[in-house]
Design a protein around this ligand. Structure first.
Ligand SMILES: Cc1cc2nc3c(=O)[nH]c(=O)nc-3n(C[C@H](O)[C@H](O)[C@H](O)COP(=O)(O)OP(=O)(O)OC[C@H]3O[C@@H](n4cnc5c(N)ncnc54)[C@H](O)[C@@H]3O)c2cc1C
Length: 429
């Protein structure tokens, strides 16, 4: 049986290792924190360390993360089982004792005769051994250098600058209008949310006064002029935003305008153009809802700015998470799929596809309509403004005229049905 190599014993790397082993592959797993390596955020040498919160979020099937976890359960995710086994009481969220969770993963890995753990850094991407890069948001410098060499320097980023993303059906379209600046282009792709003078002044004042998330010590001094947080621009002067991302020029006679750009082909999600921010999440919701067209906005994700190593997946990966024309796959946060559960999900997904590829089987992709496939589409579909994305309901396909009240129920049924059919087909083959 083939030997495969995984770089990184975090959430995505451990899920992938256990999946490969269960399919009979030998796995060489490299984890630098087991040896001399360190990252600026991990505190232990444990496999699958949860670096911040100890929660995998909600479990209800009508919540995005609940549905994503349900798919992982149906697909036999080892890390999800370990999380359920090491759960601590926390209402409806799946929250774990992080030490016992990691111990459980270590036990599973040690119990597998197929997995060999190498307690050291690996930065070799020229090996003939098929490799899964699961080195996370704090990937080692030497490996980052090698990734740059094979992908091109411009396709590896060390910092994210995420603007809030809004569900389209929560925008008050009667108070907004579709138009491109100076009416350029064939179709009106942007949604514009105008503000009158009074609303604008209040909006800027609230931005100036709002609290930001504190930077981590290793993130200090990372801001650069071309990509300032919106609150920092507001603090530079009352009109800075009106001459910056909220400029109305070419958009009709308005005092200020926020432009929304579509985030996905189905136009279920829109992001606030130029609105990268470090504001605390409650402040973001309160302040952005001052904009008349956004008064009922539901945020699929809120803005953030982090130290975060990620590749430009839309330009580099195919929809199996394989690097184009190469025997290297990627999984976890380094692909731009953001979050603990998303890391496990992409670890499962890359392992599934990589194992099929190695066995010469026809690639059977997870079906459309499932959360995991939708997440992969979100990070691999063409996107000129790519930034990391967490899983949210806005990513799932649905009929165009689906009533808002039916949305969650429809998406839940779609995921369960499509995944069940997929699993039945897999059993037959
Ligand atoms: C500071 C911070 C806080 C976060 N907090 C949360 C949170 O609370 N909730 C949430 O959902 N998401 C959070 N995330 C986002 C993300 O979900 C987690 O980072 C998650 O752990 C990603 O899983 P992963 O498998 O991609 O990477 P990781 O879990 O980080 O695993 C990658 C592993 O690769 C190892 N490694 C790196 N380079 C090499 C190399 N060259 N050789 C060998 N080993 C290597 C690292 O030591 C690490 O163990 C946070 C991210 C950061 C940076």
């Amino acid at each position: 049986m083939h030997t495969l190599r995984i770089i990184g014993g975090g959430l995505s790397g451990c899920e992938a290792a256990l999946q490969f082993a269960s399919r009979g592959f030998n796995v060489d797993l490299y984890e630098m924190r087991k040896g001399e390596g360190k990252t600026p955020a991990h505190k232990t040498s444990n496999l699958a360390e949860l670096i911040c919160s100890n929660s995998f979020k909600g479990t209800q099937l009508t919540s995005a993360h609940g549905l994503l976890k349900n798919e992982l359960k149906m697909l036999g995710s080892f890390l999800l089982q370990a999380a359920e086994k090491t759960r601590v009481p926390a209402g409806e969220s799946l929250t774990v004792d992080r030490e016992i969770f990691s111990e459980e993963i270590e036990r599973l890995m040690a119990g597998s005769k197929k997995i060999t753990l190498y307690p050291k850094e690996c930065a070799d991407l020229n090996s003939d051994v098929p490799t899964l890069v699961a080195a996370g948001p704090l990937c080692s410098e030497a490996l980052a250098e090698q990734i740059k060499k094979i992908t091109g320097e411009e396709f590896l980023h060390f910092f994210d600058a995420v603007a809030p993303v809004i569900e389209s059906d929560s925008i008050d379209h009667s108070l907004a209008y579709a138009m491109n600046r100076h009416e350029k282009g064939d179709s009106a792709d942007f949604i514009n949310c105008p503000l009158d003078k009074e609303t604008y002044l209040e909006f800027v004042k609230r931005l100036q006064e709002a609290d930001s998330v504190e930077e981590k010590p290793f993130e200090k001094g990372e801001l650069f002029e071309g990509c300032l947080p919106i609150e920092e621009m507001a603090r530079r002067g009352i009109d800075t935003l009106r001459f910056g991302p909220m400029r109305p020029i070419g958009l009709g006679k308005h005092y200020a305008v926020i432009q929304l750009r579509t985030e996905n082909a189905q136009k279920t999600l829109y992001n606030m153009v130029g609105f990268q921010t470090r504001l605390k999440w409650n402040s973001q919701k309160e302040i952005f809802r001052l904009v008349p067209a956004l008064k009922n906005a539901e945020f699929a994700r809120l803005g953030c700015m982090h130290r975060n190593t990620f590749i430009e997946s839309p330009k580099l990966l195919d929809n199996t998470l394989k690097l184009n024309s190469n025997k290297i796959w990627f999984a976890g946060q380094i692909t731009g799929a953001e979050g603990y559960t998303e890391a496990i999900a992409t670890g499962w997904y890359a392992a599934w596809n990589m194992a099929n590829y190695m066995q010469g089987r026809e690639i059977e992709l997870l079906p459309h309509g499932t959360c995991i496939r939708a997440l992969v589409e979100a990070i691999t579909a063409p996107n000129e403004h790519f930034q990391p994305m967490n899983f949210n309901f806005g990513l799932l396909p649905r009929p165009e005229n689906l009533r808002k009240s039916m949305k969650k129920d429809f998406l839940t049924q779609q995921s369960k049905k499509n995944l069940s059919i997929f699993l039945q087909c897999c059993q037959k083959n």
